[in-house]
Design a protein around this ligand. Structure first.
Ligand code: HEM
Length: 264
């Protein structure tokens, strides 16, 4: 038990508690393995105004020194609302009102969580990491809270979903498409359609994605083994992905035509 000059233990505790609060407010209490721990009140002093000790902001509980980007964040600048606090939610919503500049990111979708991840990479790359804020994302011990773990899990799942989507897009690149009020619509494939460059052209097919209301036009490889079979499998029918169960032909378009036109 802490005693001051052999005095009352309670007084010792009160003095110790006051010392801890003072130390935390001074910012050095939180020095942990190369980073500082901030309480929100301490971080709030770093808004880049006259007499402020610096210009910091926090994202998902991580604090960055953004003084080199002063023109964006200093008082009166367009993004000054981000300074001296963790306003993670506003990085997604663009709501810079006091009610919007908050760290509560609950209810965001996977793709919105990826926006946060994008900003995190941005600050990691362009600014200096200085510490963590105690609160929603880090505990008093400086360790991640379950809420941060949940956000990170959503980011991981979002990144994995993006990877799967990219792979799927390479297998089934979107068709080129045009529509005119006189000629009707036309879908066609080329070696670069849907933003996917490849060494095959393919033919238009309707792709029925599980869960999607409407099919959309994709280009489908017509030779070689199906994408989900290895190329050394000798039993394939040399029809590429044509036999994929989620595909349908366009009525009125020859099965191996590169272009399908649908006049009005
Ligand atoms: C959710 C919406 C948005 C957020 C969270 C956001 C956030 C930011 C942040 C934090 C910066 C400073 C980056 C740095 O430190 O270098 C910035 C810069 C900038 N933003 Fe935004 N922004 C948003 C939307 C927009 C939109 C819609 C526009 C354009 C119409 C825009 C135009 C710019 C420009 C031009 C800069 C650079 C300014 C300069 O270099 O002087 N932003 N943005």
């Amino acid at each position: 038990m802490l005693r001051l000059g052999g005095g009352v233990p309670l007084l010792g505790l009160a003095v110790a508690a006051a010392a801890v609060v003072a130390a935390r407010l001074m910012g050095w209490w939180g020095l942990r393995a190369g980073f500082r721990l901030f309480i929100p009140e301490e971080l709030a002093r770093y808004r880049g105004g006259p007499g402020d000790p610096g210009l910091y902001l926090a994202l998902l509980g991580r604090v960055y020194d953004v003084s080199s980007g002063r023109r964006h964040y200093e008082p009166g600048a367009h993004y000054s609302g981000f300074a001296g606090r963790d306003a993670s939610r506003a990085f997604v919503t663009g709501d810079y009102s006091e009610g919007g500049l908050v760290d509560n990111v609950s209810g965001l979708t996977f793709s919105e969580m990826l926006i946060l991840q994008h900003w995190l990479s941005f600050y990691e790359k362009n600014y200096v990491f200085v510490g963590r804020v105690i609160g929603r994302f880090y505990g008093e011990d400086g360790l991640p809270t379950p809420e941060l773990a949940q956000v990170e899990a959503m980011i991981t799942q979002g990144l994995e979903a993006n990877k799967r989507e990219l792979k799927e897009k390479q297998k089934f690149p979107p068709c080129n498409a045009e529509w005119s009020s006189t000629r009707g619509s036309r879908f066609w494939c080329s070696q670069k359609s849907g933003g996917v460059s490849r060494d095959w052209i393919g033919v238009p097919r309707k792709l029925y994605k599980p869960g999607a209301k409407e099919p959309h036009c994709v280009c489908v490889r017509t030779t070689g083994p199906p994408s989900d079979q290895t190329s050394d499998n000798p039993t394939h029918r040399n029809r590429g992905d044509l036999d994929h169960p989620h595909l349908g032909e366009y009525t009125g378009c020859p099965p191996l035509a590169i272009t399908c036109s649908f006049p009005l």
